[in-house]
Design a binder for this molecule. Structure first.
Ligand code: TXA
Ligand code: MG
Length: 344
């Protein structure tokens, strides 16, 4: 493949070109409704190998396979439990990744040697058109260097991967902003391995009780996926995450901590909802505004972490936004980005 990355607007012609590059074993970064993915033909071992090299991702971290339609599930999944069928009908295309028994045709490299495979149908017109035209299942992790913050714009992908990929399809900022929900349907009750774009409430409305993996107790014996354990989603700055149920108390603790850091002469950034930004700014923090609510916070959180890095802050302060809706995914990402969690 060419060793020059083409950064292209996602026009119909460029999508077709990118699909051809995918078919020939190339790497294409493309927008999904969650974050940008770094795609390769999932059935081509050499192409999949290039994903791990480009991202500097350890081989024990399995990839998600993206399909353009539910009816192609048989290509990658050996069997489809009734519960998975129900969920796929209700939530696909959408930000729900199902863990299913793997088809032998899927290379072990994709699944890190597990006998299960992670699959989803993304709800983004560019992603769907690309996969449909490529006519192959597309393995795609988030298009960032391993362990870094996920990319929600083409600029983010460029910053992390540049010449390591063949085509970057630019489709503007991604609408949801945090990754898909990873759900293990083999355990009883089904278990969320990674909270994401489809909320626990939405899942429970369709299938009843859903557990959340708490990182201490694997859902069904053994570690479900090594990649879920690492410190992850992290910017260069040290993130300090404040966790507690009383919003005023948490704000107060964060403010005191900020003052102590500023007194030491530290350059401090903060992620805050619009209504909370002003007092932090007045105190001397560089604040990235997340918008008015949890949905906008999810959409902007990774851009905020990257922007604060570009401003060379040493420390980023942020707080929990609760566990309702996308709050749970935000909590998971910030907790894993953090060098320190302070419980108030
Ligand atoms: O929204 C998303 O899911 C994005 C877009 C591009 O689709 N993709 C994404 O991929 O976030 P990645 O590779 O950054 O995260 C995939 C997660 C990892 O935590 C991995 O461990 C888990 O899915 N995973 C993959 N295969 C698995 C399996 N067979 N069993 C359990 N977990 C699995
Ligand atoms: Mg990732």
């Amino acid at each position: 493949m060419a060793h020059m990355t083409e950064w292209l607007p996602a026009t119909p012609e460029n999508i077709l070109r990118a699909a051809e590059v995918l078919r020939k074993g190339g790497l294409v970064a493309f927008p999904t409704e969650t974050v940008y993915g770094l795609g390769a033909n999932a059935l081509d071992i050499h192409a999949v190998g290039r994903i791990f090299t480009a991202k500097e991702r350890p081989a024990e971290d399995p990839l998600i396979i993206h399909l353009s339609r539910r009816s192609n599930l048989k290509q990658v999944a050996q069997s489809i439990p009734a519960l998975a069928q129900t969920l796929a009908e209700r939530f696909w295309p959408g930000p729900l990744t199902l863990i299913l028994p793997k088809q032998p045709a899927v290379p072990d490299l994709v699944t890190a040697g597990l006998n299960t495979v992670a699959v989803r149908v993304p709800a983004h017109p560019i992603a769907l058109a690309l996969i449909e035209a490529a006519d192959v299942p597309v393995a795609a992790p988030s298009a960032n260097r391993f362990g870094h913050t996920s990319p929600t714009t083409a600029q983010h992908v460029w910053h992390d991967l540049q010449a390591r990929i063949d085509i970057l399809l630019d489709g503007g900022p991604t609408p949801i902003g945090v990754e898909s929900t990873v759900l293990d349907v083999s355990s009883d009750p089904p278990c969320i391995l990674r909270p994401g774009g489809v909320t626990r409430e939405q899942l429970q409305a369709v299938i009843g009780p859903v557990a959340i993996w708490n990182r201490q107790t694997p859902p069904s014996g053994g570690l479900p996926s090594p990649g879920l354990l690492e410190r992850h989603y992290a910017p260069r700055a040290n993130v300090i995450f404040f966790l507690g149920s009383g919003e005023p108390q948490v704000q107060l603790a964060l403010m005191e901590y900020l003052n102590a850091l500023l007194a030491e002469g530290k350059r401090v950034g903060a992620l805050a909802l619009d209504r909370e930004a002003e007092p932090l700014e007045r105190q001397g923090a560089l604040v990235f505004r997340l918008g008015p609510d949890v949905e906008s916070a999810a959409r902007h959180i990774y851009a905020g972490l990257r922007w604060l890095d570009s401003q060379q802050v040493e420390i980023v302060l942020c707080r929990d936004l609760g566990e309702d809706g996308l709050g749970l995914a935000i909590r998971d990402r910030l907790q894993r980005a953090a060098v320190r969690v302070i419980r108030v």
